[in-house]
Design a protein. Structure first.
Length: 310
């Protein structure tokens, strides 16, 4: 693989690590199977692209894209909380509706940003890292979001969110409003997705209405790979696993597409994705089974406390 291909894989991995963090919040913490991601990702890109084209500062435009994604997550959560629509169906309905909304926002299927300034533009002359400039900026952003998620989940609201997802009945007994936690979790999760879409559009120089297809699969793949490597026990390690898993996932995809002897072409991307996710799930389950087998044996090796009868 060339340096350009490696930097591109790392850049894409860091971008999708934000999606992995969002999937961790919704799937693991909140226990909400959210498919809104495939719609909120291009929504963040579309809102940012329209704002930049209309002369708004790129940093403000990025914030607009983030808020747009958060609004989409709130809608999905509201459908579930207010109208008791199944969480999976609420995400699907929101995702389907967002396709038309994204077309309305952009006014056309795609918007080019090649002749406009982005948040990466001010740093190009300062960092002067060549093909690694965007990767360095995205690394800082990804780490910042990782530490922000760690901090939030350690706050009182974050602990209530975790309790609501882990055991809603017990959380309700502790005066936690589960409906409110659902709205908070979905808003924050899709806010991260909107930020990822915004940065992706600025990095690639284009916002497209179909760019969100398969985003949820990528986020799940990164999450599962990270959990396989580091384990999902502690929040700090789980969020770090999201970053590492996303980068490794994109690196695997780039390596597979670059290996000419395998005969893999660009149209095989979805097949490669499915294989990578399946392998990650199998390895995760194998690791869990191995741990369950070894733990009783390790306990059996511990010396038993001798009891004396007086």
């Amino acid at each position: 693989m060339s340096a350009l291909a490696v930097s591109g894989a790392i850049e894409a991995g860091l971008l999708f690590s934000l999606v992995a963090l969002a999937v961790y919040l919704s799937f693991r913490v909140l226990n909400f199977p959210d498919l809104t991601v495939d719609g909120s990702f291009p929504l963040g890109a579309a809102a940012t692209a329209v704002a930049i084209v209309n002369g708004i500062d790129p940093f403000v435009a990025t914030a607009i894209g983030t808020v747009a994604g958060a609004a989409a997550g709130y809608v999905a959560g509201f459908l579930n909380v207010r109208f008791r629509i199944l969480n999976l169906l609420a995400g699907i309905l929101t995702m389907v509706a967002l396709y038309s909304i994204n077309l309305r926002v952009m006014g056309r299927p795609n918007i080019s940003l090649y002749d406009h300034s982005t948040i990466f533009t001010p740093f190009e002359g300062v960092l002067d890292l060549g093909v690694w400039t965007n990767s360095a900026i995205l690394l800082v952003i990804a780490l910042a979001m990782k530490f922000l998620v760690d901090w939030f989940l350690a706050t009182q609201v974050g602990l209530a969110l975790r309790a609501s997802g882990e055991n809603p009945t017990m959380a309700r007994a502790q005066s936690v409003d589960n409906n409110r936690m659902t709205l908070v979790g979905m808003t924050l999760s899709n806010g991260l997705v909107g930020l990822a879409g915004s940065l992706f559009a600025q990095s690639q120089g284009v916002a497209d209405v179909s760019m969100g297809i398969g985003t949820i699969v990528i986020g799940l793949a990164a999450l599962i790979i990270g959990e396989t490597l580091l384990g999902p026990v502690r929040v700090v390690w789980a969020t770090l696993g999201c970053l590492i898993g996303a980068v490794l996932y994109r690196f695997f995809i780039a390596a597979a597409l670059s290996a000419g002897f395998l005969g893999i072409q660009a149209q095989d991307l979805n097949l490669v994705t499915a294989v990578v996710v399946a392998v990650a799930v199998i390895l995760s389950q194998a690791r869990r089974r191995l741990r369950l087998r070894l733990w009783p044996k390790l306990l059996g090796l511990l010396p038993r406390r001798q009891t004396q009868e007086g």
